[in-house]
Structure formats: C-alpha cells, structure tokens
Ligand binder design. Structure first.
Ligand code: FES
Ligand SMILES: [Fe+2]
Length: 339
C-alpha cells in the first residue's frame, strides 16, 4: 500500500522548518527521559535537561513535592540554570530574578520601582513530570496525559526480562552523530541492517527475521531477540518520540537515553547504564566494548544516510513493510503528530 511502503519525504530530514514543526508539535508535547529519579529525590534538589531544543528543569521543593518547569527566565528569556544539584532557590545568572523551587517568582531586583509589577504574573511556566522506577521523565506540556498512560504496556513487557528494582546506575556515556534525529531513530528501529553492518552483534544475537521480533504499540516500538548461544532474551524499545531503552541478553543490564535533535543535521545522545550490583566487572567491560563497537558501526550508517538524503537527489525511498514495520509505525506517528 502506497501510504506505508513509501518513506517520509527525504527533505524532512534536513529542513530547519521541519525541525521547528517537530519541536512545537512533537518535543513540546512529549514525555522524554531526562535522568534518574534519585537525582531529584532529596528536598531542594534540581536537575536541568534539554528535550529536543526545549530547556526544562525538574525540582524537588522543600516540602518534598516534585515539579517541572520550562527552564527559561520569564524576564528576558535566558536559560535559567544548568546542571544539577541542591539549592533553596533558583536564581537567573543574568539579572538575578530568583524563583522558589515551586516556580514562583520570589524576587526581581528593582521591580518594586515599577508600576503594576505583580510577581505572581511571572512564575516559571510549569511542565509535567513523572517517574517510572529509577527513571525521570519530563513533558514540557503542563496538561499532558500522565507518564503512566504514555508508557502503556511497556513496564509490563520490560518486566518479563528485567527487574527495575534490582539494577543500579553505573555511568552515563555521551555520543552523537552528524545525522537528523529521525534517521538515528529509524536506524534503531530495524535489524534488517544487522547481518550486513553489525557482524559482531549478529554473531551474538539471532537476527533471523523469524526470531528477531518486531512489535508496534501505540506509544512505543518493541524489538525482542535472544542470544544464539544461551537463548537468553533481550529487548530494545523506542518510547515515542525519542527515548531508547536497551536490555541485552545476559546478566541484568539496561541502558536508557534520548535521541535528541541539535539542529536538523546533528543528533546528541547519551545512555544511562544500569546493572545488577553483583555483575562481573570483566563481563561489564566486554559489554561496553561490544556496545561501543555497534554504536560506531551505526554512526557510519546514519551519517551516510544523512548525506544521501540531504543531497536532494531523491524525493523519498521504499520501505520494506515486512522487514521494517517499526519504521512504518514511527513514520506514521511523526506524520500524525505534526499534522
Ligand atoms: S533574563 Fe533572567 S533575570 Fe533577566
Ligand atoms: Fe545498527
């Protein structure tokens, strides 16, 4: 059927105007992974993040309530604060407007000299915040459906192979590529390229299409695999729009992180890695080397796709709907979202 076997227009992968649409209609309205719940567990803690070009801030106020805000100063629009830590207030680095951890404007120097300045008009813009096990999510839309609703069946599916209470944070690995974020997502959503492009991965994991299973759900795309040698199971998920979650076959392991646009031709990523506390360090070193190898192979692929698409010589491509059903699902999800 033409509607699903045709890719999105290739122009959508390098066009700044398209990225602006995606920021307004996708990233401004979606649940996105921003870090670990423990980073905002203590009263007075805060954490900042960029979700697809939108600066956000999560805080735990002194009464213990969790909040999220748009991390942009109501005065003249500076990004209010960076990083994470513990504070009693959030003060803008530009003219020292100072906000309480619940977002209300506590002080604006010289504002008392102004006529009709009412600080209650200038609270931080609220966003939505939620936690799922050890994970912290923010949605810039204050009226978003709950995180739980967005997750749908994902927690139950993940629980078949991993217990989120039995893993602890190990480290964050930053990486990125010179490719549009949708190219990176789509590369993550199929293993059609695995036999050709990932010999190491394909030696470990059974990538035969009858045994590497793909399942599109309303809010996420799921992949299920098993190790050739041991039969141990793994799962890879994309929670729309851009949170990747990986559980490889083997000792308890999970990595999670965003696939975030930084301009139309650049994607920034990180993965937060979690393991069972008693995991063998030698196995873990090997695992990181393996994951890094696959990541380097993927980077070459997505950068090649970006150059090919951005050349403008082709309008669109042909999806193989049996081999790449999760791309069809993601592409129709994007199309619906930006409508
Ligand atoms: S922009 Fe923040 S205080 Fe002026
Ligand atoms: Fe890959």
């Amino acid at each position: 059927m033409a509607a699903t076997d045709q890719t999105l227009p290739f122009a959508w992968y390098s066009d700044e105007e398209q990225l602006r649409r995606e920021r307004a209609r996708i990233f401004a309205r979606s649940w996105q992974y921003v870090g670990r719940a423990e980073q905002v567990a203590a009263p007075g803690s805060f954490l900042t993040a960029d979700v697809g070009g939108i600066p956000v801030l999560a805080t735990r106020d002194t009464a213990g309530e969790l909040h999220a805000f748009i991390n942009v100063c109501r005065h003249r629009g500076a990004v209010l604060t960076e990083g994470c830590g513990t504070r009693t207030t959030i003060q803008c680095h530009y003219h020292a407007w100072t906000y309480d951890l619940d977002g209300s404007l506590r002080a604006a120097p010289r504002s008392e000299r102004e006529d009709g300045f009412d600080p209650t008009d200038w609270s931080l813009l609220p966003a939505s915040v939620g936690t799922w096990g050890p994970f912290l999510f923010v949605n810039p839309d204050p009226d978003a459906p709950s995180l739980e609703e967005h997750l749908g069946d994902l927690p139950a599916i993940l629980a078949r192979d991993i217990d989120l209470d039995a893993i602890t944070f190990h480290s964050r690995v930053d990486f990125g590529s010179n490719a549009n974020w949708k190219i990176v997502v789509e590369n993550f959503l199929e293993c059609y390229h695995c036999p050709t492009a990932h010999p190491g991965f394909s030696a470990e994991v059974d990538v035969h299409p009858d045994r590497y299973l793909l399942e599109a759900h309303p809010t996420f795309a799921a992949q299920f695999c098993s190790a050739r040698q041991t039969g141990e199971r793994g799962q890879f998920h994309l929670l729309y729009p851009n949170t990747g979650i990986n559980v490889f076959p083997g000792p308890a392991n999970l990595s999670i992180g965003p696939i975030a646009p930084n301009g139309s031709g650049r994607t920034d990523r990180y993965l937060d890695y979690f393991f069972a506390p008693d995991v063998d360090p030698a196995w873990r070193d090997e695992f990181f080397a393996f994951d890094d190898q696959v990541g380097r192979e993927d980077r070459v692929l997505v950068e090649s796709v970006h150059r090919g698409m951005a050349s403008g010589v082709l309008d669109h491509g042909r999806l193989l709907v049996k081999a790449e059903p999760l791309l069809a699902a993601f592409q129709s999800w994007v199309t619906e979202s930006i409508r």
